[in-house]
Design a protein around this ligand. Sequence first.
Ligand SMILES: *Cc1c(COP(=O)(O)O)cnc(C)c1O
Length: 746
Amino acid sequence: MAKPLTDQDKRKQISVRGLAGVENVADLKTNFNRHLHFTLVKDRNVATKRDYYFALANTVRDYLVGRWIRTQQHYYEKDPKRVYYLSLEFYMGRTLQNTMVNLALENACDEATYQLGLDMEELQDIEEDAGLGNGGLGRLAACFLDSMASLGLAAYGYGIRYEFGIFNQKIVNGWQVEEADDWLRYGNPWEKARPEYMRPVHFYGRVEHTADGVKWVDTQVVLALPYDTPVPGYRNNIVNTMRLWSAKAPCDFNLKDFNVGGYIQAVLDRNLAENISRVLYPNDNFFEGKELRLKQEYFVVAATLQDIIRRFKASKFGSTEFVAIQLNDTHPAMAIPELMRILVDMEKLSWEKAWDIVVRTCAYTNHTVLPEALERWPIDLFQNLLPRHLEIIYEINRRHLERITKLYPGDLDRLRRMSLIEEGDVKKINMAHLCIVGSHAVNGVARIHSEIIKNTCVSVKLTDKHFALPSWTPRTIMIGGKVSTTEGVYNLPTVFRSCLFNASQHDCPLRFQAAPGYHTAKMIIKLITSIGDIVNNDPVVGDRLKVIFLENYRVTLAEKVIPASDLSEQISTAGTEASGTGNMKFMLNGALTIGTMDGANVEMAEEAGEENLFIFGMRVEDVEALDKKGYDAVSYYNRIPELKQAMDQISGDTFSPGQPDLFKDLVNMLMHHDRFKVFADYEDYIKCQEKVSALYKNPKEWTKMVIHNIAGCGKFSSDRTISQYAREIWGMEPSLEKIAAPDDPR
Ligand SMILES: *Cc1c(COP(=O)(O)O)cnc(C)c1O
């Protein structure tokens, strides 16, 4: 039972939720009614809950407008260094509550809606998630925007306004079924279209080398229409911009060659051009080399660079030192050759001068070392879609290899390893190599991950100084958890095992989430739900253990489930999870961690004290040693009776009555080609779970450990991370100062 709040508690609560001053409340009610009438065109007899949500959203939005305009004026006048965060994903979730919190309006809105006979929380629940991301990478981009605004940086997020975000997941008979995420169906009150800043983006065509330079001609044009979303800082009156591009066919699309299908067909075909921003690819840590995806990647880069250059040319000081571009993984890597094309072909700079600007401006964040996630685009695709960029990449590579040859004469193997072009049955462009060569700074997302990429990629750059960043750990508050990754089986089966066979010893609740993707991922979901069917109806297990599959995991669900959790399982085989971010969110929100020495778990153990986490399993060196020796899953199966029993039950019909073959692919994978070597950590994991169970029975000791974790999690604030990016990559100084407040709507 919570104790009743003291006056002091209430004052503190007010300081976080903002003051519900009488004037504020009266203004909010007036504005709410005005929006219901003029914006929603409803009276209270016919208004729906959704109308009330939109009226509230518009009311709160009005408090952003003055701050947004003033911030942009402030930037124009001061002309500070600008930072551009380029990402194919921004996993924003909902906006209303975040806006109220950052503007200190939450209490007043709560009071105003209450006086109007409405329940604010019920209205908030109507807002659609902006699900323009798959997971950690997209949520990182969203948290970074928040922190950049809160730290007073003149920052812009640039991405794609997908008409359909990450799919909605339904579970039907235990299987995953996908539904389209039609998040814009009822309109988006937070965005403002800016047709006046529409930009052309070119595709296909051919290259002409003429006396007065290189020309890219006979292209097909798609227009990029920007939509701006405000990004408020925390109580500092700063409102930055996230600008997302939407694809529009030009008016004359397909009409110039008015022959084939004629006018009607040409209008119908406009969809083809506009498909570029139709849908987010639901690939987490997986590269799918589709032409439409390459079009998306170039589309955002080409539109954004035009915008950056327009703003640069309009700026007062006009120094290229005042522009920083951060590439969120290789997805926006085309920024490097595109900026070269603009500077050399259009602005007529020398190659050397242009390259100097590109490298000083760009920086690259690597998110994974899993080979199946690395972007390697076939040359043929490029030749057809972006012929001039292919030439530029060849020239970047020629100069790169020339430098290597001077430094390491005769070292052909090194040339092959470090080339941007991979030879093979299909020639491919290695986008990570392009990013490393074209950037002045490269970072991983956790210290151990940065070390791993230094050991695997540093040779591309020839020198260590570009990897000056000691460590990286992202993230802000109370959001997130994890869908297991595509094909990422990690140690899930051992989790099942512990819950199934140690049920009697386990008094601690376990929760399961699994994720989208292809065959293996879908089979894992089916296995979890099947185990649930058996375990949840087992009279011996009773109500001591329930296996619950959380359907449609997303930011809004993470915000609920993470603070409700006691144990966070971060059990990737060491060296395979770059950082993880769910791990930090659980730590901050009062869960304890059982985990391997992988990703940010390493730094979490350092900050909280290793004795305050449940660490088990192989270290990276052990995994490497095992690789050398050769991993033999079957030997573990034969040696460990409990593991054998678990696998036999999964491959028999214990969890799939009447269908003993249902999970045979999963079992076959685990026994014969498991890249993650999960059985090798099995025994240590089980031992560690026993420690967890024992400690869970001692609430005092458990709580002590929780407090050490919460007290030690400060490093994992995205404000800390962004301060470090600002100083070490962008050469900017974060600031906690406020700018002047504008007049709020009366
Ligand atoms: C944080 C978060 C993720 C990423 O979790 P990881 O544990 O870092 O993989 C995925 N989805 C949502 C909704 C999140 O909030």
